[in-house]
Design a protein around this ligand. Sequence first.
Ligand code: MD3
Ligand code: FE
Length: 221
Amino acid sequence: MNALIPRPRTVVVPGAVHVPDWLDLKQQHGLVAECRRWATSPVPMRAAVVPGGHRMSAQTVCLGWHWQPYRYTRTADDVNGAPVAAVPQWLVELGQSAVAAAYDDQCAAQSYTPDTALVNFYDENARMGMHQDKEERSGAPVVSLSIGQSCIFRFGNTESRNKPYVDVELQSGDLFVFGGPSRFAYHGVPKILAGKPDSALGLATGRLNITLRDTGMTQPR
Ligand code: MD3
Ligand code: FE
């Protein structure tokens, strides 16, 4: 899949920057291995239940702060009650490099201190409906890393979940940073695309997405 035709870095709307093939295969493989550990303990990965009662089709595990629809807590009260694992410093630094790569702005990168990582796993039938991420009390950018099967990512507007939106294909290794005016835009994942991930990834099927966020919350761990 990789780079017979290189895909360019694209500013989709102001503040929303797509950097294709930002992670090399070795980095992706390492992240897959970390995700497997995070998905097991101290809090198992699960499909969250929304207040209406239905289950999300993507499965999620959290570091730093636990997200459940629609709030952040230090303990996974809707799973097993355990405190979530810390965000490792290397992952914070990866987020800083991501901001530097997307914005070409060392100051923005240095001051980026995400306190939370959400890991989503999609099997080929999973989707994520159009939504805003507005539980965070910070306008800091969200860093998104995609690994495994490609998806259609739908990036909308800040007014409603409807048009106008743009559809972007996210492939394994792609970085997307959402900051500034794009931070509170509606977005979703309408489709996982067919295709077998590179066998060197260590992920036979499905898609992983790691997002780094700053919740803006201050309660100590
Ligand atoms: C734009 N995840 O976890 S990542 C989510 O691929 C989520 O798993 C999708 O939406 C996924 O909330 C999309 C891209 C993304 C993540 C967060 C954003 C785009 C965003 C927050 C604000 C604006
Ligand atoms: Fe989101």
